[in-house]
Design a protein around this ligand. Sequence first.
Ligand SMILES: Nc1ncnc2c1ncn2[C@@H]1O[C@H](COP(=O)(O)OP(=O)(O)OP(=O)(O)O)[C@@H](O)[C@H]1O
Length: 238
Amino acid sequence: MRLILENIVKRYEDKQVLQGAGFTFETGKIYGLLGRNGAGKTTLFDCLSGEKDMNSGQVMLEENGHTRKLSEQDVGYVYSLPILPEFLTGYEFVKFFMDINRGKLQMEQTIDDYFDMMSMTTEDRHRLIKGYSHGMKNKLQMLLFLITKPPIILLDEPLTSFDVIVALEMKNMLREMKSDHILIFSTHILQLASDLCDELIVLNKGKLSAVPSELLHSAEFEQAVINLLKDESHDENA
Ligand SMILES: Nc1ncnc2c1ncn2[C@@H]1O[C@H](COP(=O)(O)OP(=O)(O)OP(=O)(O)O)[C@@H](O)[C@H]1O
């Protein structure tokens, strides 16, 4: 499966954030998206998930030799600040989610199986989401994608809020998922990027480019990324 981005342009009033961004992502790899503050990472994710309309360009999904336009249902988006019904418990919310999707999806596991996969304790499952930490809310959002299994999963700075144990669990889970999903996560943490991803993409001056793979695990990695990002004329109001 391949996700093909062609010439994506996104403007906010007179500010052009994405300036003809193009890239091809494939299953089997975890992609890290790097860019300076305000480079447009969230904007790119919003355009891919259908939250925001692009001004021009197209996004295609190629599966089994057949290419079609990407639809909203193809994308699971883990927000950096998840929006969840705080008045429900995690368990009630997942039950509700499974009920409304029953029939559409193959749900091979029980609700508790999914919580087990996320290593959430029985006590936490039955607590109101309102009392969840940021990391737990991210986990709950990830859990929904274990159920719906969208081909594309976008994670906007997800692992920053996880403690070391949960971050490790999530890393392992992402590694397991990569064979049949396209996983793209944005991060500012270079160590996480080099540790977890198979390919690193830089969003710079509104365009996407890959960091040469031989640099990813080399001693020069950090300096190379800094050099790439420094290139950007970092003017928020440009
Ligand atoms: N709704 C909006 N209206 C106008 N400008 C916007 C809007 N949303 C984002 N921007 C601007 O677009 C640019 C890109 O923002 P975006 O949030 O996509 O960047 P980012 O790379 O995700 O940043 P960060 O790393 O700080 O989270 C910024 O200059 C931001 O101020």
